[in-house]
Design a protein around this ligand. Sequence first.
Ligand SMILES: Cc1cc2nc3c(=O)[nH]c(=O)nc-3n(C[C@H](O)[C@H](O)[C@H](O)COP(=O)(O)OP(=O)(O)OC[C@H]3O[C@@H](n4cnc5c(N)ncnc54)[C@H](O)[C@@H]3O)c2cc1C
Length: 291
Amino acid sequence: MKSLPQFEYFEPSTLQYAIYLLNKYSDSACVLAGGTDLIVQMRDGKKVPKYVVNIKKIPQLNRIEVGEKGVVIGALTTVNTIHESHIIKEIFPALHQAAGTLASYQVRNRATIGGNLCNASPAADLAPPLLIYSAKLKIVNKSGENVIPIDYFFLGPGKTVLEPGMLLKEIYIPKPNEGNRSVYLKFGTRRAMECAIVSVAASIRLEDGFCKDVKIALGSVAPTPIRAKTAEAELLDKKIDQRLIENAAEAAAKESKPISDIRASAEYRRDMVKVFVKRALYSLVEESGGQ
Ligand SMILES: Cc1cc2nc3c(=O)[nH]c(=O)nc-3n(C[C@H](O)[C@H](O)[C@H](O)COP(=O)(O)OP(=O)(O)OC[C@H]3O[C@@H](n4cnc5c(N)ncnc54)[C@H](O)[C@@H]3O)c2cc1C
């Protein structure tokens, strides 16, 4: 096994001290949360930070807090904690399902929601559900806090709006409207330890058979996780039927921008977008009583 490059290590117990360190060492420093991405990248020489700031000992970053209007999840909350939360399962089923598909139980015990987002993989499992739930991200820097919609967070593979000295503190998810249904489907070649070849998160509310609150997000088929907005527009305010679902799935496939890599070709991925958007929508219609 390759050894890690040399670095200086810090374990701040307050957010303020973490921000101080991250600003002092700026682009020579890296945040460590669960380490399931970072340590691999350091071993491979893809990241060579001179300073590593482990944020695991900052208690306020590790929490799921339920309010009247929504839920706040601290960036350090592990993927297993999210998967096992009854509140998340009940209110945000797509996030619960996505958390259950990430890697293995052991990895999920270390992996954090913040790390999953900040690593900015196009295949990050928690990103599509957070996109359909219109999550907002609280980012801390030395001059204070800033809240942005998740739609603006990802810039490209491995790239986010976070600059040196910044930290993702927490994720706020507003409660969906009464009657909303949501689902996350992940397509990979194995049952565990598999990054998605295509992933789809979708939510919808059917009102007398008309589609309301339609959101569709895709993973692994563009440089970042994306919303399939043309597909959403195909459905919105229209009466649901087989043809509408076909059109939406077709539109989603068209607006995806997959690449070919070792795991799948772009054409195959595009076909799978169609298949999985259709599956997601049919399952939501069925759950809504088939109206
Ligand atoms: C065997 C294996 C299988 C995997 N399978 C999957 C999978 O199926 N699906 C999937 O989505 N991922 C998978 N992963 C990737 C990884 O487990 C997840 O992305 C995980 O959620 C990362 O969280 P972490 O806490 O370990 O992040 P870290 O490794 O600690 O950090 C990841 C990156 O984010 C930065 N960072 C972390 N937290 C913050 C913060 N709060 N503020 C600012 N920057 C921060 C770090 O500096 C680093 O650049 C897998 C990894 C392994 C090793």
